[in-house]
Design a protein around this ligand. Sequence first.
Ligand code: NAP
Length: 368
Amino acid sequence: METRGSRPELRDPGVGPVLVTGGNGYIASWVVKLLLDLGFSVHATVRDPADRAKTGHLLSMAAESPGNLTLFQADLLESGGFDRAMANCGLVFHTASPVAIRGVADPVRELVEPAFRGTRNVLETADRTPSVRRVVLTSSVSAVYGDAVDMRRTAAGRFDESHWNETSSERHLPYSHGKTAAERLAWEIAGTQDRWDLVVVNPGLVLGPALSPHANPESVRLMRELGNGHYRFGVAKFEFGIVDVRDVAEAHLRAGLVPEASGRHILVSETLSHLGIARVLRKRFGARFPFPRFTFPKFVATLFAPLHGVPRGLVRRNVGYPLSFDNRYAQSDLGMTFRPAAEAIVDHFQQLLDDGLVNPARGSSRRP
Ligand code: NAP
């Protein structure tokens, strides 16, 4: 997969304040940092601005940057909740959305509804906010494809921006279903007017160091499980399209600030298997951790999937199938270059190690 592109310089084109929804999130914190470093006035929504455990890192970043930051309270499910935060903003980054793949009791209420209704809420607010010129939506490759087996139906044998997830549902991969419904709705709302344009980024699995102490629990869980021996007897042959969180943040800024940017953008640097990620970690961190060394057969993965909170349908439609993405549009339209996946993996694991979340002595994690 190619990793080079031409890189137009980023600067403030005079769009006024910039709104970032879910500003304390894993990806959004990096977006806020890059904006502050460029001197932007950033409006960030969070669920509770008084919760310093979730907002302290943003305030510290603002204090050390040329930009300035204002926090606003907003919940995805409260209609009208984004009006104050969006007032006078020329550019909106809508990143807020719940992220959870496993262990969700009520997926429709916890994942699909907030993704869909939150997107409607934010985009309808953009519609009634005259200053808005562009909305950048954080979608996902989950809106591009449902399961790896779907790649068989693509003409070129890899996913690109022309593909849509047509196989996820409220029962099968509800997170992906919610992200797909939200992105479709966003394009529908954007198409009803011509004052602001919509630019979408579709990241793969995002890894890399977090600025926020409450960073996305799914990617942290994946790394910790690899380090703490959860997979010491092997992993299923499962592939991930990986991208570094720092590149994802840069792509957001480019999607917002490159005047001619348009459409959807797959953000994936490389595809690696579960075992491939473990190999990268073993090469860098050696034998101190019980990283998996083997792939076990699909029937074993299917048998034991429920014990790990993984639905059997997910194993059936993903394990053993290759995964490949075409990232050329993000390079040509946004001028992106992507760090190698190994950099994201190693830097992410190193951060967990530094924070005591994986323990080299016991190969286990300090906290549950
Ligand atoms: P994250 O750290 O969990 O951030 C999610 C953000 O959404 C948090 O700020 C969270 O607020 C906010 N949020 C969730 N439910 C909300 C609600 N009902 N009202 C208001 N805010 C709410 O996850 P992330 O990885 O940065 O994800 C950010 C975006 O990237 C999401 O749209 C996600 O779908 C997308 N994405 C992520 C990945 C990935 O691998 N991480 C890949 C592709 C796409 P609280 O802190 O208050 O919960």
